[in-house]
Design a protein around this ligand. Sequence first.
Ligand code: SF4
Ligand code: MSK
Length: 626
Amino acid sequence: MAVTDDILEKSIDPTVHQMLARARELGLETVWDRYEKMLPECGFGELGVCCRNCNMGPCRISPFEDQGPQRGICGATADIIVARNLIRMIAGGAAAHSDHGRDLAHTLLLTAEGKGGGYEIKDEAKLATLAKEYGIATENRTKEEIALDLAKAVYAEFGRQEGFVQFTRRAPAKRVAQWQKMGIDPRGIDREIVEIMHRTHIGVDNDPVNLILQGLKASIADGWGGSMIATEISDVLFGTPTPVRSVANLGVLKADEVNIVAHGHEPVLSEMILAAAADPELVAKAKSLGAKGINVVGMCCTGNEIIMRHGIPLAGNFLQQELAVITGAVEAMIVDVQCIMPSLGSLCECFHTRFISTSYKAKFPGAIHIQFNEEKALDIAKQIVKVAVENYPRRVQDKVCIPDEKTECMVGFSTEAVIKALGGTLDPLLEAIKSGAVHGIAGVVGCNNPKIKHDHGHVALVRELIKNNVLVVTTGCNAIACAKVGLMLPEAAADAGEGLRGVCQALGVPPVLHMGSCVDISRILATCAAVANALGVDISDLPVAGAAPEWMSEKAVSIGAYVVSSGIFTVLGTVPPVLGGPVVTDVLTRGAEDVVGAVFAVETDPVKGAALMIAHIDKKRAALGI
Ligand code: SF4
Ligand code: MSK
């Protein structure tokens, strides 16, 4: 297997180098090959100036005034088209996160009604906290009675027509007042998403700024609504994460066990897969077929969900999903929704791997579909695990090639766990920020993207931040990248600046805190809100910044929009498709300051991206007089 120079350029991760060389040896195509075949990518698409919103088109606007059309057939300008396209991306992302939240609400409802096939309420303290927030009586009531009212209350957030989404009121009063002033305080989660689809239909909203405001409104309904519901209800059902040690990278696959990769996003399925994999009958069956046991590992955000609650090893992030199959050692790739490449079907056919889809919302060519149903959750999970176990004898040993690399990590820093690590109050963190030992806080999140050297954007940016005493909180594929290079160990404090190093060493925590999956960016929002409320300021006054160094998904667009809408300056490491609209670009990078107190910046060099974040933190510190 030859690791050539061009392979070295694709990732900083040695497992990726090894598996890409292996893919070439076997004549298999990966996401990187398909990316290269796609080049040059469509210039109109990159600028965001193509429109297919009606069948008079498709239309595309020429970036050169004297060469080609400057308006669509209906008369839409480049800015109208760019704004419509951008907020349709937000609608897609907000819908994905929020449907995740809805599924959790549904599971809570079934569990409260005694119909949850194996689920139980694990965090009663959080249930009580949320009940109080919603004004639900708790005295002399069973946890199921309280949970039923809570499930109905959060369910109602999706279809609400008027009023506000309850969790938005966790934001500082000044922030809520600004949202109300600008008309972007969301009414109901679904309503704001639907309104984007209406406004972007031909002949409806043709004011780029008005369109973007609706995009921000829907994104707030995601971050402070759908995503926050997903996080909070997951905690009620599966437990609020606390720090736990585990390992990350493809080396977590085992040569002598049944390997099951749980990939996707929602913990509803993966929690039951874990329970099923511990079933004595299935373990005995695996042993009878020659395996030493059943090894469940996570991929992408499902991986984040189960590593932070159970310490289950994490196989990798978005760009590693195909590579896991190419190890030849995966008996089953089990998926639910989001970030699952449709290429997995044909790739699994080159190996013995069973590709198992489980959601009626997400079917794939080449997959076996076993429909998951919360009411019979454990039974169906056992059925799925059985397929994996029975597949073990079909493994072709000559095809097995598992990289050695795996790195230890400490994960599971929910807001509650952070406060506990601080001794029960935010005060030590506030003092550290005031003294300058912690210069600021950065939320670094988001995907991988073959446009950028895999994990380089994430790791280089995070290293630069901690070197400059900026505490990093992270979720999603950034979290996985950081775990794989050892940045999530308390020992990584040695790589931090002197102030941050001292704080981390005193508390025994890493300088990069794992806060969970993509929906758990809501934990970052809640932490920022708690800090701002403690200081009596708005989030936009805090020395905090955000970044998505390798983002690619529509969910990331919605995330970026709600993070900026929450008052947090955000650096994007891949260029969003907006540059064809000068008004839209100006609103996002300058004008938004007057609307929400924060803007986007685009910087493809991660070290320069970190410098922008640090400069922003400097500015906020100076304004606070610290
Ligand atoms: Fe073209 Fe306008 Fe139709 Fe879009 S909505 S495809 S710009 S005519
Ligand atoms: S999994 S949305 S690739 S972070 Fe949440 Fe990773 Fe992005 Fe999916």
